[in-house]
Design a protein around this ligand. Structure first.
Ligand code: ATP
Length: 202
């Protein structure tokens, strides 16, 4: 079974995320996309996140009706910071037959060499990359150089074409703080969830 593991903070999940996931499912022919919300992301320790359970609920309402999508709460099972290398390792142990792919935007791909154990990440999963406004997709050979991977170990990467969607969770949070509209940038159910739970209010 071909699985795309889609890690992110998803605070909140938005249409950019969902378009990525769906295009990846279709173009890379993955059987399932597993959304893996980060419990304690190492690179986002400077701000308070929406509680994990609420980010999971937003994901659940966002993906309802797409049987190929599911939410994996695996990163909340471990104490401490959430490292992608550990997550992929545990997923591989639990699903030994799974062909794991890691779905990342081109901004995250550029940061990958700075993540913990990046070489282990690309050994555990092949990369599915989508372009994000302002970030050219790093060519695979450049990535290999940055990771200092020997030629003997393949770095597997496929670019999945998506329409460029300049939406970010950060911008959505700012809009919510200002009482502005999120409509059509997040699924309706997520918009209602944010309003009902008064998320991102000052
Ligand atoms: P924030 O603004 O809070 O940093 P974000 O919108 O970047 O959040 P994340 O949950 O951190 O969303 O992103 C998870 C993954 O989705 C990352 O790999 C990121 O590159 C990708 N991504 C998010 N939004 C887009 C988008 N609009 N287009 C392409 N890739 C995206």
């Amino acid at each position: 079974m071909k699985i795309a593991v889609f890690g992110g903070t998803f605070d909140p999940v938005h249409l950019g995320h969902l378009i990525m996931a769906e295009q990846c499912r279709e173009q890379a022919r993955v059987d399932q996309v597993w959304f893996v919300p980060a419990a304690r992301p190492p690179h986002k320790q400077d701000r308070t996140l929406t509680p994990f359970a609420q980010r999971v609920e937003m994901l659940q309402v966002a993906i309802a009706g797409q049987p190929a999508f599911r939410v994996e709460e695996i990163e909340n099972e471990r104490p401490g910071l959430s490292y992608t290398a550990d997550t992929l390792h545990v997923l591989k142990q639990r699903h030994p037959g799974a062909d794991l792919h890691l779905l990342v935007g081109s901004d995250s791909l550029r940061d990958l060499p700075l993540w913990r154990e990046p070489a282990r990440i690309v050994e555990l999963a092949s990369l599915l990359v989508t372009a994000r406004t302002g970030f050219a997709v790093l060519p695979v050979e450049e990535l290999r150089m940055l990771l200092q991977m020997p030629e003997s170990i393949p770095v597997r990467m496929q670019v999945v074409e998506i329409p460029l969607i300049d939406i970010s969770s950060r911008d959505l949070r700012r809009r919510a703080v200002e009482g502005r509209s999120l409509r059509y940038m997040v699924p309706r159910a997520v918009e209602c969830y944010v309003t009902q739970h008064r998320l991102y209010r000052a």
